[in-house]
Every structure is written in C-alpha cells, then in structure tokens.
Design a protein around this ligand. Structure first.
Ligand code: ZN
Length: 486
C-alpha cells in the first residue's frame, strides 16, 4: 500500500468508527477470527467488517465507503453456494448480525416486519407463535438470514405451493450505494402505484443495494400434513403422477421432490443414516407432500389419490408418513445431501428446465460424461415440480480444468432447450461466466444499466453476477464447488 493509500484507508476507518462506534468496525484479528465462507474452515480476509445497529448507521457507513470508492460485500449467514458473500482482502464486509429484531406481526393482515439480519428459523418460529406460517424453508434455516434470502431470492422445499422468496416479500427497506435510504415498506397485497421497486433488490445478490428491513407475507398455518414416498417405474409416469396430483390435491400440494435412482441409493445405502423405506430397484423415487385445512378429509383424499395412481401403474411401492416422526424420516433421507461427499471430489449444479425436457437432458449429460470419463457418476435430484434439478457430478478429478469441462456438458446441454444455469442459487462469482447462456445480450445490457444507475461507482458486491465494464478484478473467486445443494 502506498503512503497515500494508507492515509486514505486510515481516514476511512476513522470515519466508519465515527458512524458505527468502536465495536461496529472490526479489523485485524477480530476479522480473521471470523469465518470467511460457509465452510467455516477459511478465515475472513476482509479489510474490515462493519456491524451497523441501525439503518441510519449503515447509511452513514455506505456514504463514507462511496466517497472513498471502497468496495463492500454484504453478508448474511454465509450459506450461499456461489461465493457471492465471500469478501476479498480489498473489500469491506458488512454484516447485519446486530439487526435481528422482529419489529411487528400483524395477525389479521398476515404480515411481519423484520430487520434483515434475523435468522430464517427465528422468523418461522415467530410466525408459528401467532398461529401463522412463514412458508420459506431450506436446510440452512438456522443460520441463513432473511436479508440473504431476499437478496438471493432463495427457493427451497415449498416453492411449488408458496413460490420463491420474492413471492413472500410485500415491501422492503434498502440502503443504496451512496447511503440513500429507500423505504418501501409496503404492507398491501395490491399496490400498482408505479414501478414495484422491491423487486429490483430481491435476487440482486447485494449488487444494487443492501436490504435492511423486510415486510413479509405470512400464511395461515396448515392443519393437515400428508406426506408419502413413492417408487415410480419411469419418467413418463413421474410426469403423469405430477399431473394427477395437481388435479386431485391441487392447491394443497406443497412438495413434489424427485430422486433419481442413484441419489436414492446413496441416501439409503449401507453408509447412510436411513435404511431404504422402499427397496432399491426403481428408476425414480418421489416425495410428495400436501398441506391443507381439514386433517381427516385431506388424509382420505391423499390416500385415495395415491391409490388411484397405483392402480393406474404410476406408482409401485409407497410409504405413507402418517405421524410427524414418519414424515420427518421421509424428509430426512431427501435432505441427507451429506452422503454426496462419499463421491468426492464432486461438482454441484442447480439448473432449471422444462419438465418435458428433463429425461432427455439427464440422459444426454450422462452419456456425454461417460464418453469422456467412463467411471463418472452423475446423481440427480431436486424440486422437479418447480422444474429445478440439482445435478452432482463426480469424474474422479477435482481440478479446475475438469470442472470447466463438466460445466460445458451440464450448462451446454441447457442452451438448446432454454434452461437456466441457476434455478435457486444465484450467480455470484461461481456462475458469472455462464450468465450469457441463460440471459440474452439485451437482458444483460439492461442489468448493467440498472447497476450503473443505482451504483455508479460499482462499490456494491463488485464482480458478483457480472464484472463491471473496465473494472479491475476485486475479491477472491470463492470455490463453492464443495458446498452441497439442497
Ligand atoms: Zn434445492
């Protein structure tokens, strides 16, 4: 660092301490003692970590960073899978870990106003205490924050019923790059008074503003809960099963998760936690779940529908989760993604495509992988009802060159069918080079225009989603490939 740079860096730190207080600005060992990413094995290398207590403090801190051209990286629970929140050594990390208050719950209007640093699980529990449901749910619920969920438009297990995070956000407050506070804390379901600005920030991965408060839309808590694990003899039957369930249990279906044979055998194999509730041997296993209002009638309808599907030859074996313990056991095997580590080194993918294209897409990538790596393994599972598959590939080689070659197969196969390289994990650093496979040049140009307009100096999470034109490379490219999708 030159003397001039050091002096201006010291001046910025002094200004940040003035804005946030001594304990609001961490440097040195207080920074390296913190985790740098979600693995917990890498120390944080950021130049400083800022811990605002209020929106006003964050606003003052961002104004100072903006004036000093200091890049900043907003961090939630560091549970992302594309490296978006991993700060480099030239960047300042900003955490909202001291802004975790649930400010208000309106049980009639079914809204919750919450600070962005609150953990997803604490929001779920607060809703439940009022007899309500916050429907977003994902494996990282204990550590991920609602600000991170909003910034990445998280998906999760119940998207088929309640949508992605975007669908549960009624309003939000965000601080722009120059410190401007944009308060858009709408609580109404219907508000067509001009552009709906909250959607600029949902899924923007911290590149357009830092979300500080959110108004969430809550649901009534369901009274019935039915769940089953089904063996399905072929892909055509998977599709027909989904159609029949949509018709017969319709709006109450809350999950339609499909495990390809290899995944099911891995999570119920001899090394796994769970013994197979249904014997191995079928090509597909489906987890279906339904949430409704009338326990007895819903259970009867659920079983009758599955009985009909069985008679029609759409289902082989079936196991019903009748108690909470049984339902939890079925979900536990679906969620036991840790078993994928037995295949390490692995490359993990999160893709979207039309259900009608899935069978040939998966067959195509398996064939292409086997041609180059005869011993390769390709394990597929995911939220099929949402068109979202997680693909995990092991080729016996974890090198960057192997990764690039596997990406070419997995992402290359999506282009002719109009699929997406990111269904629910975002772009971050990890998928930046592939954005153009799923978005047109005109779409990316408009994204860049928005970025330049809202963050003209490019200080907000630079290099994530896309690299600014002419900007120097900043931060470290995170290796998120070892993290497991859920
Ligand atoms: Zn998932």
């Amino acid at each position: 660092m030159t003397d001039h740079a050091r002096r201006s860096s010291d001046a910025l730190l002094a200004e940040l301490r003035h804005a946030l207080g001594e304990d609001g600005v961490l440097v040195g060992e207080a920074v390296t003692a913190r985790a740098g990413d979600g693995s917990g094995t890498v120390p944080c290398v950021a130049r400083a970590v800022l811990r605002p207590r209020t929106t006003e403090q964050l606003s003052a801190a961002l104004a100072a960073c903006h004036a000093a051209n200091q890049p900043v990286v907003p961090q939630g629970g560091l549970t992302g899978l594309v490296g978006g929140g991993v700060a480099g050594d030239l960047e300042v990390a900003i955490t909202l870990e001291r802004m975790t208050t649930i400010e208000e719950i309106d049980p009639v209007g079914r809204t919750m106003t919450v600070q962005a640093g609150a953990a997803l699980q604490s929001i779920q529990e607060a809703a439940e205490a009022e007899g309500l449901l916050f429907p977003l749910d994902l494996g990282a619920r204990g550590s991920c924050t609602i600000g991170g969920n909003v910034a990445t438009n998280a998906g999760g297990n119940r998207t088929i019923r309640y949508g992605m995070t975007r669908d549960s956000v009624l309003g939000l407050e965000a601080v722009l790059a120059d410190g401007t506070v944009l308060s858009s804390l709408n609580k109404m379901v219907k508000n067509n008074a001009g552009y709906d600005l909250k959607h600029l920030f949902v899924g923007s991965e911290g590149t357009l503003g830092i979300v500080t408060r959110v108004v969430l839309r809550l649901e009534r808590r369901p009274r019935s809960h039915d769940c089953a694990l089904l063996a399905v003899p072929g892909f055509a039957e998977v599709v027909e099963l989904l159609r029949r369930l949509e018709e017969e249990i319709g709006g109450s279906m809350s999950a339609f998760e499909v495990m390809w044979r290899e995944f099911y055998e891995l999570v119920t194999g001899p090394q796994a936690r769970t013994a197979p509730p249904i014997p191995h041997g079928d090509p597909y296993y489906v987890l279906v779940e339904s949430l409704g209002a009338r326990p007895e009638e819903d259970a009867a309808q659920f079983e009758e529908t599955l009985g009909g599907c069985m008679e029609a030859g759409l289902i082989g074996d079936a196991v019903l989760g009748r108690s909470k313990a049984e339902r939890d056991e079925i979900w536990a095997l679906r969620d036991d993604v840790e078993q994928l580590n037995h295949l390490a080194p692995i490359f993990t993918f999160d893709v979207s495509l039309r259900i009608a294209d899935m069978e040939s897409y998966v067959a195509g990538i398996k064939a292409a992988l086997a041609k180059r790596w005869p011993e390769s393994q390709c394990v597929v599972f995911g939220h099929l009802g949402d068109g979202n598959l997680h693909v995990v590939v092991a080729v016996g080689d974890g090198s960057p060159e192997a990764r690039t070659a596997v990406e070419e197969v997995v992402y290359g196969g999506l282009e002719p069918i109009g699929g997406s390289v990111s269904a629910e994990h975002g772009i971050g650093f990890e998928k930046r080079a592939h954005l153009g496979r799923s978005r047109t040049p005109a779409e990316i140009a408009l994204m860049r225009t928005l970025k330049r307009t809202l963050d003209p100096r490019g200080i907000l999470n630079p290099g994530r989603v896309f690299q600014a034109e002419g900007a120097p490379e900043t931060g470290s490219r995170a290796d998120a490939s070892v993290r497991l999708p859920a």
